[in-house]
Design a protein around this ligand. Structure first.
Ligand SMILES: Nc1ncnc2c1ncn2[C@@H]1O[C@H](COP(=O)(O)OP(=O)(O)O)[C@@H](O)[C@H]1O
Ligand SMILES: [Mg+2]
Length: 452
């Protein structure tokens, strides 16, 4: 089974790489090795690392450039440099460029182990713990569109202006919001996501602003609202277009006044939060059609960031697919599984109306259906889209990917149910009938909520 952490080692001396690899392995850290900066860049775009260790002198450039790249584009990865003995100047230079630490050659193993331990520990709270929790924290992909989006995210994270994130469902809007928060000065504060479409209308005010004890039946003690919970951090208003009009007025007021008044309270509480918002709807159209207040629109839409749909950057599908597969197998202690060439080709050609989230669903299902450790094209069960749909983008918005995934789940449940019945509820036998492992069956049962 894979270790819970993954490190990137960048050095062109095989002996050193091997030594580092062994040392890290003992600390339960897997490693990938790159001999050059360009190899390292490629890997950084493909995987999520918990740590990078780089030599300063590399065949295609200076380790400092890599430190700078990581510091600007992959800010969450702690980076340590390996410097020549006694070269204090280059160590200082590396620290200035954003490195978290350095070791000098000849490498003292104890010192290295200490450095690795503390580097992994200094990561922000959301990153601590297992790799599985943080696998989604980077927008993966090396297409110009993704590289550009990552750059924009970094720029926006430094400002305090409200950002409105638009894009299709499943394209990564929430992930982008999290990155803006985590890369900015509020990273040590809370990130509070709220799905504006999911709060019952009569509870909205108390959810957002809190309430005082006794303000209504059932208010047995004071309760903080979401604005207070997000104090000194970021409040992410997801699906903001779904806010009812009367709440839009109240929200606007809170944002303008930088203060909230809990339900049943008399005092205003000063609030310091950064507002990020998102919707898959076109907010400008909502304003034109009178469903969204123009004044609130201007407040939250100071900067607009559009997240591209997956079919606008199909070259990233392989990288995303590999990373998602890795995450699913890791999270569920399944053996590592890969995609056949034809399967990968089919995925790259597929237009993904449900974007990256649909890719995740397709792969989760495929892992169960696959025989052995190879996912074949037939395991993907890609929905057949009409020929005209494949060419017209507007058609994708008419489809409802949630329906589709619901239907497929139903189908899968009924197949599993049949097998279980046939095997008289002996799971090992049922798994055999389905041509999957016992573990995979157990995973599917949990996933499909079929276990009682
Ligand atoms: N470029 C990307 N790299 C890695 N994961 C991504 C990327 N884009 C989206 N995802 C993943 O896809 C899923 C859906 O993204 P999410 O941010 O919830 O989409 P949205 O909010 O736009 O509906 C999440 O699991 C997210 O981590
Ligand atoms: Mg979302």
């Amino acid at each position: 089974m894979a270790a819970p952490y993954l490190a990137l080692i960048v050095d062109n001396e095989p002996d050193i790489c091997e030594l580092l690899e062994i040392t890290l392995k003992r600390m339960d850290i897997d490693t990938h090795i790159a001999a050059t900066i360009s190899e390292a860049t490629l890997l950084l775009n493909r995987n999520h690392y918990d740590l990078c260790l780089t030599e300063m002198r590399l065949p295609d450039g200076d380790g400092i450039d890599l430190v700078k790249l990581i510091h600007t584009q992959f800010t969450e990865i702690p980076t340590a440099v390996i410097t020549a003995h006694g070269n204090v100047a280059s160590a200082v230079q590396a620290l200035k460029a954003g490195a978290t630490d350095f070791v000098s050659k000849p490498i003292d193993m104890q010192q290295l182990a200490k450095l690795v331990k503390s580097s992994i520990k200094v990561k922000p709270a959301t990153h601590s713990g297992k790799r599985s929790n943080q696998a989604q924290l980077t927008l993966l992909g090396s297409s110009p569109l993704m590289v550009e989006t990552r750059k924009t995210i970094l720029k926006l994270s430094r400002s305090t202006a409200p950002v409105h994130i638009c894009g299709e469902s499943g394209s990564g809007k929430e992930l982008v919001a999290r990155m803006i928060h985590e890369q900015g000065p509020r990273a040590s504060g809370p990130f509070v996501p709220v799905n504006c479409g999911a709060i019952p209308e009569h509870l909205m005010e108390s959810e957002f602003f809190g309430y005082k004890k006794g303000s209504f039946t059932g208010a047995v003690s004071d309760k903080e609202g979401l604005f207070q919970v997000a104090q000194n951090g970021t409040l992410f208003l997801d699906e903001v277009a779904d806010l009812p009009m009367h709440m839009q007025v109240k929200l606007l007021r809170a944002i303008q006044e930088k203060a909230v008044r809990p339900v049943g309270g008399v005092k205003e509480i000063p609030i310091n939060v950064r507002i990020l918002s998102a919707t898959h709807k076109d907010l400008a159209t909502q304003v034109k059609e009178g469903r969204f207040r123009q004044d609130l629109f201007y407040r939250i839409n100071v900067i607009e960031l559009r997240v591209p749909s997956l079919r606008e950057h199909p070259s990233d599908v392989p990288v995303l697919a590999e990373s998602i597969l890795r995450r699913i197998t890791l999270e569920n202690s399944l053996p590592s599984t890969r995609l056949s060439e034809q399967a990968m080709y089919a995925l790259v050609k597929y237009p993904f109306p449900g974007n990256v989230r649909e890719l995740e669903n397709i792969l989760e299902r495929a892992i169960t259906l696959a025989e052995g450790y190879l996912i074949k094209e037939c395991d993907l069960i890609l929905p057949k889209l009409q020929a005209d749909e494949e060419t017209t983008t507007s058609a994708f918005t008419r489809r409802n990917p949630a329906d589709l995934s619901g239907q497929l789940k139903k189908l899968e449940r009924s197949e599993i149910q049949k097998a279980l019945a046939e095997a008289r509820y002996n799971k090992t036998a049922a798994a055999k009938l389905l041509g999957i492992s016992f573990r995979q069956l157990r995973y599917r049962l949990k996933k499909l909520e079929m276990e009682h």
